[in-house]
Ligand binder design. Structure first.
Ligand SMILES: Nc1nc2c(c(=O)[nH]1)N(C=O)[C@@H](CNc1ccc(C(=O)N[C@@H](CCC(=O)O)C(=O)O)cc1)CN2
Ligand SMILES: Nc1ncnc2c1ncn2[C@@H]1O[C@H](COP(=O)(O)OP(=O)(O)OP(=O)(O)O)[C@@H](O)[C@H]1O
Length: 204
């Protein structure tokens, strides 16, 4: 029998247990690695996220992007409810004077709506949070299915994929193998404080 996998709850507890010093170091290391990757350097519009619950803090990478003059976006829960459009993410431009509110999960998000809201396809690179991952770039999220639903259209674009997907995480979130559900979207890369994983083992 394969060894039992840690649950979402256990994985979330493990990342919350990291010290502030480890959190800060992991965030810096991930930024150093991801910040020199071709996909990051080429991207003009990037989506990030506001870290909660011990998630890897992508803000050192976001600051590099801002310094390079790239356009940075944060996820917001779509105001639309309902089967087709509901429970998806849109992306709001992160601007210096942006007002921040909390969404229904208590996660901070930009409050301004309208002009600066983008669909994921408008982004070149999306930095994705996760609860657990395996070395083949399968992902377990918080369980809401938000990223899967938002990015489900990528399944129909084999050769032309936008945005490219970069998971960022702590090494302690790695599990041996995840059997993906049919709706799970595989990430292109995952970067941790220790190394970079690629869904195409030979690519960078
Ligand atoms: N930083 C960050 N932002 C994100 C996500 C994420 O994983 N990380 N999301 C990725 O999808 C979306 C939000 N998805 C979420 C799904 C479940 C829970 C959650 O904590 N659920 C509670 C119980 C439900 C409740 O409080 O209503 C829990 O698990 O205890 C939070 C966010 C959008 N923004
Ligand atoms: N493309 C999709 N279309 C319809 N429902 C979906 C789709 N993707 C996911 N779901 C629904 O969302 C639920 C949660 O999925 P899952 O447990 O894979 O979420 P997750 O990837 O961990 O969460 P998140 O993306 O929010 O971090 C599933 O039970 C499924 O019913």
């Amino acid at each position: 029998m394969p060894p039992e996998q840690p649950s979402r709850k256990q994985l979330r507890a493990a990342r919350r247990r990291l010290s502030r010093a480890d959190q800060a170091q992991h965030a810096r290391r991930v930024a150093q690695q991801a910040g020199i990757s071709q996909v990051f350097l080429r991207a003009r519009r990037l989506g990030f996220y506001w870290p909660v619950d011990g998630e890897l803090d992508p803000s050192p990478l976001l600051r590099i992007a801002e310094r390079l003059g790239k356009q940075c976006y944060l996820p917001v829960l779509s105001p639309i409810r309902g089967k087709a459009l509901g429970n998806k993410l849109l992306f709001a431009r992160k601007l210096p004077a942006e007002r921040i509110t909390r969404n229904r999960f208590g996660i901070p998000e930009p409050s301004r709506r309208g002009r600066h809201l983008a669909q994921p396809i408008a982004l070149d690179l999306l930095v994705v949070p996760l609860v657990g991952f395996d070395p083949r770039c399968h992902r377990i999220g918080m369980g809401g299915g938000f990223y899967d639903r938002t990015l489900g259209y990528l399944r129909h674009h084999r050769h032309w994929r936008r945005p490219r997907l970069m998971g960022v995480a702590h090494e302690c979130q790695r599990i041996e193998a995840i059997s993906p559900s049919p709706w799970d979207i595989q990430l292109d890369w995952i970067v941790t404080e220790a190394r970079l994983y690629s869904s195409q083992a030979d690519a960078n």
